[in-house]
Write a protein that binds this ligand. Sequence first.
Ligand code: DCP
Ligand code: MG
Length: 407
Amino acid sequence: MTLNPEAFSLSVSAPSLSELAGENVDERPVSRQRKIIHVDADCFFAAIEMRDDPKLRDRPMAVGGDPSRRGVISTCNYEAREFGVHSAMASAYAKSLCPELIIVPHRTEKYREASQIMRDIFFDYTDLVEPLSLDEAFLDVSECEKHQGSATLIAQEIRQRIEAALSITVSAGVGPNKFIAKVASDWQKPDGLTVVTPAQVDTFTAQLPIKRVYGVGKVTAEKMHRVGVKTCGDLRRYSIFELSELFGSFGPRLHSLCRGQDERLVKPSRRRKSLSVEHTYEQDLPSLVACLDKLPELFLQLKGRLERVDEDYRVVKAFAKVKFDDFASTTVERVGTQAQIKDYKKLLQEAFERGNRPVRLLGIGVRFVDLKEDEDFVQLDIFQDLRRLYPTGDPSHEDFIGPTRGQ
Ligand code: DCP
Ligand code: MG
């Protein structure tokens, strides 16, 4: 049976709130229909390298170690994949498959930087973000109110924002659980969005080759093939007892997964460390005065975002970022700030003076400590608890950034 990605392609016109909250395909009494997004960057390390060096584009390239020093491929672009090159392959062997393959070394700092920017974008939609690696994360957007709660539109916006911010593409999958979302994000890679509604889960998983199920390795898949099980649908013929006998403790899980059921929660392992807003201007800002003119608008945006973070975050630093017309960028940050607009004026001035030339991008933000993560957090003198500063939480105070919700 062939899989048909088209059947699950993006349908922007259909608001997925009703879809995803709608029909319950299995018979279990599910208390709440969840909306999970899985995001995974396309050939991540390679994409960053191609972005930064256009000579690497449109030809097979990989990131990895030197073939003459027993190096290994970390990843490669999609052109190289056509030659059979893939992650974890010896670079020398990759070269033998594709002699024109260009292999460039890692720049880990760049990948971390990009990863952080992706995460900051995810946190604009939910605090329930579970990073799986530098380029991959689950988001539970069940409670997100953006786009009237449409996970489809949220995923689409996340993809667009990452591409605009980083000039790389990511693929996303939307589904009612982690398993479905993860399979879906891989469905139309690269640069794809696949939405599997609750009503489609049954058909979608029935056709799914068994090797797509996380935890089913080569050996298990071969064992299944020998007894005629090629798809998740085929596996449904076996009872939970039979599967437990055949696959031990993995049996009950297989029983659920082959029906597209997965109750695992999105576990936010790390919470956000910072929050910022930035803007690239269509025309460069020629002077410090022109930059300062733009500050109130950015400040209002930042304030709006900060109102949505939860009360376990404390602001410890404010920062301003400036990118000049020669693409050099600089960030000035300071502890002991109250993160008021006058603080940002000073930071911006200092940042501007480092380059003293026209500016293409301005950003301002705050860094947090997270009381949930840091139980031993001691309130240091060098920064202020903004809630103590403004106990009335008067939002009309123009310099006030509400750090918490429900002030
Ligand atoms: N990576 C690595 N070694 C591996 C696998 C991955 O160093 N054996 C690194 C390089 C990848 C990054 O992790 O760019 C993300 O891994 P993915 O599995 O998501 O692979 P890619 O993003 O490169 O490709 P895809 O488009 O298939 O997601
Ligand atoms: Mg990836």
